[in-house]
Structures are given as C-alpha cells and as structure tokens.
Ligand binder design. Sequence first.
Ligand code: NAD
Ligand code: MG
Length: 386
Amino acid sequence: MTRRISILGATGSVGTSTLDLVERSSDRFEVVALTAATNVRGLAEAAKRTHAKLAVISDEARLPELEAALTGCGCRAATGRDAMMEAAAGEAEWVMAAIVGCAGLEPVMAAVRAGRTLALANKEALVTAGPLMTDAARQAGTTILPVDSEHNAIFQCLAGNSSSDVAKLILTASGGPFRTRSAAEMHSATPEQAIAHPNWSMGAKISVDSATMMNKGLELIEAQHLFGLPAERIDILVHPQSVVHSLVEFVDGSVIAQLGSPDMRIPIAHALAWPERMKTPAERLDLARIGGLEFEEPDMERFPALRLAREALAAGGSAPIILNAANEVAVGAFLERRVSFGDIARVVERALQTIQTPSPTSIAEVIDIDRQVREKTREIMSLLAA
Ligand code: NAD
Ligand code: MG
C-alpha cells in the first residue's frame, strides 16, 4: 500500500527533509502535490523527481517560469488560493504542513476539515488558531501528528498510556546559540550569530526563534493545544545536547523520554510511517561517545520571550495571535537588520500591552487579527526607531 502525500512548503528545511525520506522509500509513497512560496527551481526539480501531479507556487508572477520548468513532465503548475487548497485537501491522504508562519494557517485548516492525516510542523498555525483547529480536527476525525521534535517525542512517550495518568510534560530546549551569552552580548547579536544554531539546521525564522527562545514559548502553546494539559503542567528544561527530545512524567513518578540524534528526519519519518515505522539515514545515537547529558532551568531574565509566551497563553483569546504576529514581523525586521536582536522581545511585549482585539470565533477572524497586528507592529517598530 502506498500513501498518497502532499508537502506544503516543500522547498524549506522540513520540506526537503521530508522529500529526502520519501525519495529513499519511493515504494511507500506517492507524491500528489508540492508547494513553495518563491523557489521555482527547487519546486520544479522536486516535482520532476517525485512525479508529483500538482506544483503550486505562491508568488503568482513566477507561474510562467514554473510552467516552463514543468513542460512535458505531466505535472500541473498552478498558483493562487484554490490551488493551495487543492494541494492541502485534494487527493492526498497525508499532508505535511511545513510552511513557516501564520501564512500556512488556511491550507492547514483545509486539510484538517477534509479529514486528511496532518503532519504538523507549522507551529504558528496551531499557536494562532489552537482551539478552532483542535475543534475542527475532532469534528472531522482528523489525526494531527506532531512533527516538531519535542511534540513528536511527547506523542511517542504517550503511546499506550491514558492521558489521565499524565502528571506533566517536560519540553526540552537546546537554549540556542546564546545560552551562555550575557544580555549585553545578546542585545547586539547579528542575524548570522542568531542563525548559527549549535545542534539543528533549520529555516531562518525558527533559528532566530530558537535564539530568543520564542520558539520554546510557541512550543509551550503548541503543546497545550496538542495534548490538552494546563500550562502549569508543562515545564521547560534546557538541555544543550538536544538528545532527549522531551519527556512525560506520569502520576506514579515514572518519566518516559524519547531520545535520538538531532535530525528532523527522525520525527518526520515517525509521522510519515505512522502508525508503522520506517528506516532513516539519521546518525545513530552513541551515548558513550556523547558521554554526558546536561539539564538546567531556563533563564527567564535573559530570555523574556518565554515569559511573554506564558503570559499570552494564560491571557488566551487573541493574545497568542498578537504574540505570534508581532514576533513574525520583528524577526523579519531583525533579519533585514532594521531592529536589534534585543528589540524582538521588546516589540512583542509592546504589541501585547497595546493591542486589543476580541477573541476570534472563526479562521477568517484569526487571519484578520493577524493582519491588523502586523500593521500595528510596524508602527511600534517605527516609534522604537524614532
Ligand atoms: P523554511 O523557511 O526553511 O521553509 C518554509 C517553507 O514554506 C518553504 O518551502 C517556503 O517556500 C514556504 N513558505 C514560506 N512562506 C510562505 C508563504 N507566505 N506562503 C506559502 N509558502 C510559504 O522553514 P522550516 O525551517 O522548514 O520551518 C517550517 C515550519 O516547521 C515552521 O513553522 C517551523 O517552526 C517548523 N519547524 C521547523 C523545524 C526545522 O528543523 N526546520 C523544526 C520544528 C518545526
Ligand atoms: Mg521544536
């Protein structure tokens, strides 16, 4: 039996790792659709190699280039919202959501509502629309398989256990490239320094989020929606080696952890093959060589993003949307060297303090709030620069 799959964000870090696994086990998978924002070449090459039927490019101006690149190979080139929805909820039975940011929310929701098995890497979609998404998944009987390594670890640790026996979840964090840096050093950090993650190779946005630890804040919110535990029972533990991907403590005091080398192909393969397993070329874990595993409490002073995420989660309503949108805008500005590294959390905090919007009751409202917050965050940044 082959699994018909679609990859949203096929040219990114998670997307290309997914393609790597699929191409190594081509007897198990049939690629139906691939999407990308702007990278025509990467998209067309992947579509040809995998014999995909549909390739969707978000940048409409690049459609002619994509059509030319796909001439004669039997893969349809497309652009626009309908094509993106078709990639998410058309023929595929399994969908990898690997678009970065709230931009992935609509296609993710299309897959959820259509009852496709959803492999979720795109954490921003769940952070902004958590209750709406989990409700829709329940109604449609959709399985959400977490791809984020921490949540995938917890999903694996929970297998065979009753959720009422869980005492707490412990999300591990590498601490990022600035784990041992002073606040002053961090304030003036460059994009190059922020992106140089010690353990994982990832897209630019999530790499900066790892440096501010906003990534762990978003993951805390993600964990609450995925596993339904109150925030007080979700701990964050810094673990610089990134070998223990997360842990679950049960009521009897047992703690179950999932370990592996830091290679996203392991959690992606878990989701691809689920409920079975598949081989991966990921490096095998050699604990004797690693020698020691360290753990420490996160520093809430140097990493204010952790506090901001906890506060946004506790506030509920539109606060997580504000947190996420302000962060996306501030990280984008940091990558373009328009604000300093230290400004990212300042901008997010200011956005949370000054923007007020009602709780969203639909995905359209989430998208509208996201748009408003982006505009207001740009104003906050221009005031900050003045
Ligand atoms: P990336 O920047 O490498 O790739 C993003 C992909 O999304 C690309 O294919 C790009 O073309 C597409 N894309 C970007 N903006 C888009 C838009 N506006 N509309 C449509 N498509 C768009 O990102 P990544 O590192 O692969 O991360 C993808 C998601 O997975 C993020 O939400 C991230 O937080 C999550 N994640 C990534 C990793 C990792 O190791 N990279 C680990 C855990 C979770
Ligand atoms: Mg993660």
